[in-house]
Design a binder for this molecule. Sequence first.
Ligand code: CP
Length: 318
Amino acid sequence: MTSAFSRRSLLDIQGLTKAEVERILDTSEVFLEVSRRPVRKVPTLRGKTVINLFYEASTRTRTSFELAGKRLSADVINMNVPASSVKKGETLQDTCRTLEAMHPDVVVIRHNASGAPNYVASKIHCSVINAGDGMHAHPTQALLDAFTIRREKGTIENLVVTIVGDIAHSRVARSNAHLLRLFGCEVRVVGPRTLLPAAVDSLGVRVFDRPEHALEGADVVMVLRIQSERLEGALLPSVREYARTFGIGPRTIEYAKPDAIVMHPGPMNRGVEIESTIADGERSVVLEQVEAGVAVRMALLYLFAGEAAEPPAVSEGG
Ligand code: CP
């Protein structure tokens, strides 16, 4: 298959060039406009097949990949993993090779094992898009975050971005750090020491202990979900104490720039890592991130399965 993009798969942000990221974001602008039309459908991927293979729970990523494929007129199959032969012990390799025999153009995979999308890409010949793997990477989230930042701030270059929360378990933090560093951003991380990865220095970020210091002069504040179901008593003394020290509320946000935006990949724990006054406040771009997710995933499906077709024209005044 001739792809409109020089890569076959998207497995990680690392390895992408700045020009490639810019191409994805520029293409996403076209598809954001398509998503805002009264009729949100174009024939670009007619006759193409996208399979969504989610081994982990998802609301935003799975729904937006499904919508993205349907708005491009592709045939989209959402494999119901709990009701599939995975439950009978079928291996990941056999599942993927079985699906490949049905000639999909793109397989979108989310898996709890880090590296699963890379493994799948090494076994099958169609495009593979990583929709989040273990604690490793969530490249489409980083791309939609970059798209949102560019639209809100006018640029991604040289911003100060503070990521607050559970960095250790976060594939979102890793992918965002790689992408933002590519654009010269100062990336800061802050959270309890127990929630920072051992090799935090390899991310090229500045590490802070106190949110007040990490937020000073920030253009963008990214708040991450605290996985309270897994952490309390193990890596956190208590969720309440975490909320008091690291939760983003009206007091802490004042340390960021007056025009700083607040992001959260979702799902949010209101009252833990973020207070509702901030999550629903004027600085919040959480729902803009969700809208961007559809546009960016449309762009990715087009770039990987579009066979060099022209993207749809932007409407007059659109
Ligand atoms: N941000 C994100 O990946 O959300 P979901 O888990 O709902 O897909």
